[in-house]
Design a protein. Structure first.
Lengths: 256, 786
């Protein structure tokens, strides 16, 4: 399998009130093409920081981030923006969107800004609508962001993350602010994307979400202290229950 | 607790607080200095007139007239004093350091220190009891364009009479003219006066002055006025009317006061925005405070504390700056009157306190939004869910052109109220500078020549000697004009020469009398005067009149008016109505025969070169004329208009000041607003960065939003500048003279290009520089934004 993302000796340090806080300590991580990796750990363990450093959204203090064979940790802001725009997708817990744009416009904004596809705005809109249709939200394309439910909005965020056909999607607690049924809908869509070959790195607190991932990494105090291979998730209630039980036992061993 | 909140808030929003502080400083500086100036001058004039022991009324009438005899017999009149003076027609009769003076235009008046009509004061505000023999004092008008200091000797030479006097300083005299261009007055020793008075050379022009000047003291001014009302050839000037001449000295102060009020309005809008933003940003804290039972007024007080601190700090700084500014503004006027000794700084202080009070009132009003927030806002991210408006009004998928431009335009269209307010602020500034530019240009434009009743020309000669020659000879004006034409032709400047002569005389209709200014266009010219109604007078028995003549005598076109010319009344048919500052005015037909009666004034001698000249050649010809007539008082028509309107140059200076202020205010408003927008849109900016939109694109989007408002403001200003300029100009002109339908002059380059370009550039630069602050927002901030 090809490596999509790799971190070598990744360190991140914050200085608050003249006190040094080492959030990530020499993190080595490799994510392969087509994988769906969950990052778990207690609050304050550095899960989100790892996601932001690995995606180039935050600067690293030391170490390297190699994405698609290139060291992106030393890239200048403009070049890093280009990488994020063309080859990465992002899903956040808070379902951030531009308030002044409709759902469809929010989805196609990265496509319009990207020079990757060199397509017309109309073609981008068509692709946006197709993605919305696939995720079952095509009826809200002209709606404002405050006119749809949380689940619909998060699915719209998934559409936006997919619009430039990224090599990897970073998801930070994608179901964190959703109810159970919306959460299930969103996970179904993420799994579907993963089945189609999209690599996903996902930070989550929820064992039910993590159980559907192919690999789970456990982070404590800025170090990866363990990982659990769960293999490809094929669906079905029984498999879901088995994976959840397996994961829960492992998490308890890790001190969850 | 207040102190803790204040400290925290001041640290958090430094840029916004600094800009609000700047607004308060400018407001209080201008308010304090202008009000201080207006109060000091108004009180100063009263004080000056009181210590000057000014008579109740100045009357221009003949000594042996019926009016004089009736006034002398009026029991309430306690004193009648005639102002004796010697008139020196030309400044060239004066020499300083061996050089003839070519400064003042109107004749100089020499007064004796014997039996002075009122108290006069020297530079040190000491009452002048007598003038040392061989010395003289002058009013400040005499000093205009003159480099003279105490001890310098000035020689006065009229024909064969000569005297040399030492300059003892300037003096201050109530009711004596102070505006530049008016007659200078010189106060000399009684013996020197007698010496000059005894010479016939000093009385050559006595006939030009058809009346004498009397100063009257009375216990019953209305009784005196009732008598004088019966005589249309008598003009009066009461003490109260005389005081209004200092109004011009307060023009700058009044304009500064208006600017200060406009700034306060702008500050109010800005405060409303910033408090609105602050409150909407802090919905959670406010919601929690309400949830635990803190009342609305208590929460509002927390927010007002900050603005109170800023207002106090700004007011103190503004007040301190206003002290030297107020002193500077009083410097010129204190040369013409004795101001009260008392300190008027307290007036400035009161104004400053008022500014603070008004700003606090604004702030309290701006925090009313707190009342609308409820505890539920704390848990629902500021949205109660009860109502929402559709925000997306444009569609990216259907748009063309740059996506950054689309996003900027969509932002503006999604929050129109916010951007309309900024547009209006910028448009107001732009409009103010454009109107001033138009007024200052109009008041110096040669197309205004008909309003001064002079014919179209290239140059106007105001040389007193030549004008004197035109006026005093019965039919001499024809010879003089012909001689000038010949002289010009001999010197390679073929030209036609004309003159407008005036005569103050009586007009009567059905028993009603009115003192009018009759004007006669003589010489060689093309008459290009236009008429508001009717037609130009073309026959010797036809006249045109100004609107006040029609109103006061209740006449109209077609009526017959009797006008006194010389010793007899002649009848004239009114054919038209015209606009003029020379009012109430009566215009006769061109080349009316003036041989039989005296003229007492002329509006200079107009020269129209017959060759087709370039601007450069025209300027060269004017210089040649100056050499030929040995005088500097030869003006292009626009210089003549500018000199007569007087305020064109002041307006031009104020326009530059206003432009600078507008640029500053625009920049401050843009910085403040952009910082507010950035802090409000932090989450969106972080999101855009997270999805890979570059810093440059975000900065460009934020800058373009302000470019859109600045361009909209320019269009708004373009639409309003013409009607507002002409409305204001006509309003002011109609107060000064019988003038209506003045068309303002515009320099399209200045109004439609230069000034908007300056303001748009200021907007772009300040918006761009402020928008670079978005660089500090990181993509990873999406994790920490609520």
């Amino acid at each position: 399998m090809n490596t999509v993302l790799q971190t070598k000796g990744l360190c991140k340090t914050y200085i608050v009130n003249k006190r040094q806080n080492n959030v990530l300590k020499n993190v080595d991580l490799t994510i392969y093409e087509g994988e769906m990796v969950a990052i778990m750990g207690p609050s304050g363990s550095g899960k989100s920081t790892l996601l932001y450093c690995a995606s180039g959204m935050d600067k690293v203090t030391a170490g390297e981030v190699i994405f698609d064979g290139k060291n992106i940790s030393k890239l200048r802001n403009k070049a890093m923006s280009r990488v994020r725009l063309d080859d990465m997708g992002f899903i956040f817990q808070q379902m951030y969107m531009m308030k002044n744009l409709s759902i469809l416009d929010n989805i196609i904004l990265p496509a319009v800004k990207s020079k990757k596809n060199k397509e017309s705005r109309k073609a981008s809109a068509e692709r946006g609508r197709a993605l919305m249709k696939r995720l079952g939200i095509d009826d809200v394309s002209t709606n404002d962001i405050n006119e749809v439910s949380g689940g619909q909005l998060q699915r719209a965020c998934i559409c936006r993350s997919m619009i430039n056909s990224p090599k990897i999607i970073f998801a930070d607690e994608p179901t964190g602010s959703l109810n159970r049924s919306s959460s299930d809908e969103v996970m179904t869509e993420l799994l579907s994307l993963n089945n189609d070959g999209t690599t996903i790195m996902c930070v989550t607190h929820d064992p039910k979400v993590a159980a559907k991932c192919s690999r789970v990494l456990y982070l404590v105090d800025g170090n990866i202290v363990g990982q659990k291979e769960l293999g490809h998730f094929n669906g079905g209630e029984k498999e879901t229950r088995d994976r959840e039980r397996q994961l829960t036992n492992w998490l308890m061993e890790q001190g969850w | 607790m207040f102190w803790r909140i204040l400290k925290k808030d001041l640290k958090r929003k430094k840029t916004m607080n600094v800009i609000i502080l700047l607004f308060v400083i400018i407001c209080s500086t201008f308010a304090s200095a202008s009000i201080n100036n207006i109060v000091a001058v108004t009180n100063g004039v009263d004080h000056f007139y009181e210590i000057s022991n000014v008579p109740d009324i100045e009357v221009n009438m003949k000594e042996d007239s019926e009016a004089y005899n009736r006034i002398a017999a009026e029991p309430s009149v306690t004193e009648i004093k005639k102002l004796d003076f010697l008139m020196i027609m030309s400044s060239k009769s004066f020499s300083l350091h061996g050089e003839k003076l070519d400064t003042f235009i109107n004749p100089a008046c020499l007064m004796s220190d014997e039996d002075m009509i009122m108290n006069f004061f020297d530079e040190d505000n000491k009452k002048i009891t007598e003038v040392e023999k061989g010395k003289f004092y002058s009013t400040t008008v005499f000093l205009d364009g003159l480099d003279i200091k105490k001890g310098d000797e000035v020689t006065i030479k009229v024909e064969n009479t000569e005297i040399t006097l030492e300059y003892a300083g300037y003096f201050k005299g109530a009711m004596l003219p102070t505006s530049m261009g008016s007659s200078p007055y010189l106060l000399i020793n009684r013996e020197d006066y007698r010496y000059l008075d005894a010479s016939p050379d000093m009385h050559i022009y006595d006939d030009v002055v058809s009346t004498d000047i009397f100063f009257i003291r009375t216990d019953d001014l209305s009784a005196v006025m009732d008598i004088l009302d019966d005589y249309s050839d008598v003009s009066t000037y009461t003490t109260e009317e005389a005081k209004t001449m200092y109004l011009l000295d307060m023009v700058t102060a009044y304009i500064l006061m208006i600017v200060s009020i406009l700034l306060m309005i702008t500050a109010f809008v800005v405060l409303r925005f910033t408090t609105g933003f602050t409150i909407s940003e802090e919905f959670r804290e406010i919601g929690v405070m309400k949830a635990v039972g803190i009342t609305n007024p208590s929460i509002r007080r927390l927010y007002i504390v900050k603005y109170f601190a800023i207002a106090i700090a700004g007011a103190i700084i503004g007040f301190l700056i206003s002290i030297p500014l107020a002193n500077y503004m009083l410097k010129t006027i204190s040369m013409n009157l004795v101001l009260e000794g008392g300190d008027t700084t307290y007036i400035g202080f009161i104004s400053t306190v008022l500014v603070v009070a008004i700003i606090m009132l604004f702030c309290y009003n701006s925090t009313s939004k707190i009342k609308k927030l409820s505890p539920i806002d704390a848990v629902r991210n500021g949205q109660t869910g009860e109502r929402f408006k559709k925000k997306s009004v444009m569609h990216l998928s259907r748009s063309r052109g740059s996506s950054t431009g689309f996003l900027a335009m969509n932002d503006v269209a999604s929050a129109p109220k916010r951007y309309i307010m900024i547009t209006v602020i910028i448009a107001l500034g732009m409009l103010m500078t454009s109107i001033m530019a138009s007024w200052s240009r109009t008041l110096r434009d040669d197309k205004l020549h008909p309003l001064f009743s002079i014919v179209e020309s290239d140059a106007t000669m105001m040389d007193t000697e030549t004008m004197g020659d035109v006026i005093i000879e019965d039919d001499g004006y024809i010879t003089v004009l012909d001689d000038i034409e010949q002289l010009l032709a001999d010197n390679g400047m073929p030209a036609r020469v004309a003159v407008t002569m005036t005569n103050s005389t009586d007009a009567t209709y059905e028993g009603e009398h009115l003192n009018v200014l009759a004007e006669f266009q003589e010489g060689h010219f093309d008459n290009t005067f236009s008429y508001d109604e009717g037609t130009a007078p073309s026959k010797p028995d036809e006249i045109a009149v100004t609107s006040s003549v029609m109103k006061m005598l209740d006449v109209d076109i077609g009526d017959t008016l009797s006008i006194k010319l010389g010793d007899e009344y002649r009848s004239f048919i009114i054919t038209g109505k015209y606009s003029s500052f020379v009012s109430p005015g009566v215009r006769f037909c061109d080349h009316y025969d003036l041989t039989d009666f005296p003229k007492n004034g002329c509006m200079g001698i107009q020269v129209k070169f017959t060759d087709d000249l370039t601007q450069k050649q025209l300027s060269d010809n004017i210089e040649k004329l100056k050499d030929l007539f040995d005088t500097n008082k030869i003006y292009s028509t626009s210089e003549f208009i500018s000199m007569n309107t007087g305020i064109g140059e002041t307006l031009e200076s104020l326009r530059v000041l206003t432009l600078i202020l507008t640029v500053m205010v625009t920049a401050m408003v843009v910085v403040l607003m952009e910082r507010s927008f950035i802090s409000r849109e932090k989450s969106e900016i972080a999101l855009m960065k997270a999805v890979g939109i570059s810093n440059f694109s975000i900065i460009a989007q934020h800058t373009i939003r302000f470019v859109i408002t600045a361009v909209a403001a320019s269009f708004l200003s373009f639409l309003a500048v013409k009607p507002l300029s002409e409305f204001g100009m006509n309003l002011v002109c109609s107060m000064i003279g019988d003038v209506s339908s003045v068309e303002c002059t515009y320099n399209p380059f200045e109004i439609y290009l230069l000034q908007p370009a300056i303001l748009i550039a200021a907007t772009i630069i300040s918006a761009f520089l402020t928008a670079t602050y978005t660089r500090t927002i990181k993509a990873s901030d999406t994790a920490s934004i609520e």
